[in-house]
Ligand binder design. Structure first.
Ligand SMILES: [Zn+2]
Length: 373
């Protein structure tokens, strides 16, 4: 008889009370940025959760006012979906603006927006930073978690973000954050800058899996029910591996980014280009293996789907983004089902076992999960 760990890795279904709502996990959050043309998949796809960004909102005075006046849920037309508001530390820092942000301004916006979860303002550590700068930013991030704990109100949950490039650093960071308060949901950051690099090597993923496992281990030392969110997983197929390693929530903006670059997501395969208009060196959609029942593709023949996906301008962009969001959610729906049937490991083997890039990482994740104690 296989053990629980052998069948489902380190994840199990959880129902967590967040801002008087039930947050069902595992979940794939769709990162949303406020651009006029970005579609809102949650209007058509059930069970989405959404990640917004304070930096984004603060760039636009009129938007900020609306979010403050009516709240983020009304602004986005969310019904029961869980909404997270990230601070935008990554955006501030990548534009060299970290000196300009007032953490209290972010907190004030998070309170006014009545978001369900507010991420503490944190400063991601980029690889070219000196040890002095790393120390200084770490200190500031921890101070900001304290500020959030003190000033975030209205039943909003504070999510602290763990930073560190190694397991040891994650553990040290955790010990410091644990002293600040009891948190229900914890983030693990620092993944996006690495994912952005042009070559996504196996070792980079191995390192992320190690850090997710370490974070899970630390959280479990308090309570197994605590939620772990992984920022910026890139692709939902990669996300499955983080679920195995104990993440409850994963998130990506790639559903939009891919759409911009004329890439559509294919289950078990990944992002594929539909048109020569993209400069990305990706191979083309495998139309012979194409099978999708999203609001854009369902009940259409392949020729019509191809036409819709290749369209330029807003219409094509929206088609691809909606399709991508649906495929991302669908992979999670299936993963959830697999978890409830105690076969997530088999499910991951089915999805990734023949994938030319992810199969090696799957093997690594399974070995690590097996050794986890
Ligand atoms: Zn589709």
């Amino acid at each position: 008889m296989a053990t629980k760990k052998e069948r489902n890795g380190l994840i199990f279904e959880k129902k967590t009370l967040v801002n008087s709502k039930t947050f069902h996990t595992p979940t794939m959050m769709l990162t949303y940025s406020f651009r006029d043309n970005n579609p809102r998949p949650w209007l058509k796809i059930p069970n989405c959760s959404v990640m917004t960004n304070a930096y984004d909102i603060l760039q636009n005075g009129r938007l900020e006012k609306r979010v403050r006046d009516k709240g983020i849920h009304k602004e986005l037309e969310l019904k029961n979906e869980i909404c997270v508001m990230d601070s935008g530390g990554f955006q501030f820092i990548s534009r060299g603006e970290e000196e300009d942000i007032d953490p209290l301004r972010i907190i004030d916006l998070q309170n006014a927006s009545k978001t369900d979860i507010a991420v503490g303002l944190d400063y991601p550590i980029l690889q070219d930073f000196s040890p002095e700068k790393v120390n200084e930013l770490t200190k500031k991030s921890l101070e900001n978690i304290k500020l959030s704990t003190k000033y975030i109100r209205n039943g909003i949950e504070v999510m602290p973000v763990l930073h560190g490039t190694t397991q040891e650093e994650i553990k040290k960071y955790f010990v410091k954050v644990k002293k600040i308060s009891d948190f229900k949901i914890w983030g693990i950051g620092g993944l996006v800058p690495q994912m952005k690099q042009s070559s996504t090597s196996h070792t980079r993923y191995f390192n992320i899996i190690d850090r997710v496992l370490e974070a899970r281990k630390q959280l479990n030392s308090i309570n197994e029910e605590l939620l772990l969110h992984v920022f910026g997983v890139g692709s939902p197929l990669a996300g499955l591996l983080f679920l195995l390693a104990g993440a409850d929530s994963i998130e990506s903006i790639s559903w939009i980014m891919n759409a911009k670059y004329f890439l559509v997501y294919q289950d078990k395969i990944g992002a594929r280009k539909v048109s020569k208009q993209t400069t990305m060196c990706t191979t083309s959609v495998k139309w012979n293996e194409y099978n999708c029942s999203c609001p854009i593709c369902s009940n259409e023949d392949l020729e019509e789907i191809e036409r819709k996906m290749k369209l330029g301008g807003n219409e094509g962009f929206k088609n691809r983004a909606m399709h991508n969001a649906y495929v991302y959610q669908q992979i999670l729906v299936e993963a959830k089902e697999a978890i409830s049937e105690h076969r997530l490991t088999d499910f991951c083997k089915e999805k990734l076992g023949n994938h030319r890039f992810f199969k090696g990482i799957l093997r690594y994740a399974l070995e690590k999960v097996e050794k986890y104690d």
